[in-house]
Design a protein around this ligand. Structure first.
Ligand code: AMP
Ligand code: ZN
Length: 110
């Protein structure tokens, strides 16, 4: 999607510190990390948020969840990480392309 910063990273139009990529998912380090490990797991298809993920899209939903697990393992934080998705502006979503934060190395509340 035009003017989407994450679509631009996916298309290699702007740089990203990519830690994982396959046909449908990319993961890169957050540019303003809130924890020692802060990686964003992002489906390549442009959905604005989790609300827009089609209800029947079990393939994408399952792939995203497993990619989060695999990326956490690759980053060496299995057993000690938090996964967050901000859904909509009231929840603090700034980039309107569905993404999941993996945060580790620091205690978070809640
Ligand atoms: P959210 O508030 O859930 O929309 O989070 C968006 C996240 O994207 C923030 O943590 C930003 O620091 C991060 N971010 C914004 N632009 C970039 C970028 N070019 N590369 C990596 N992370 C980014
Ligand atoms: Zn996008």
């Amino acid at each position: 999607m035009q003017n989407c910063i994450f679509c631009k990273i996916i298309a290699r139009e702007i740089p990203g510190d990519i830690v994982f990529e396959d046909d449908s998912i990319i993961a890169f380090r957050d540019i303003q990390p809130l924890a020692p490990v802060h990686v964003l797991v992002v489906p390549k298809e442009h959905y604005r948020s989790l609300d827009e993920l089609p209800s029947g899209d079990l393939l994408n939903a399952g792939n995203i969840l497993l990619a989060i697990k695999n990326v956490a393992e690759q980053l060496g934080v299995s057993g000690g990480y938090k996964v967050v998705t901000n859904c909509g502006e009231p929840a603090g979503q700034v980039v309107p392309h569905l993404h999941f934060h993996i945060l580790a190395g620091k205690k978070f509340v809640p």
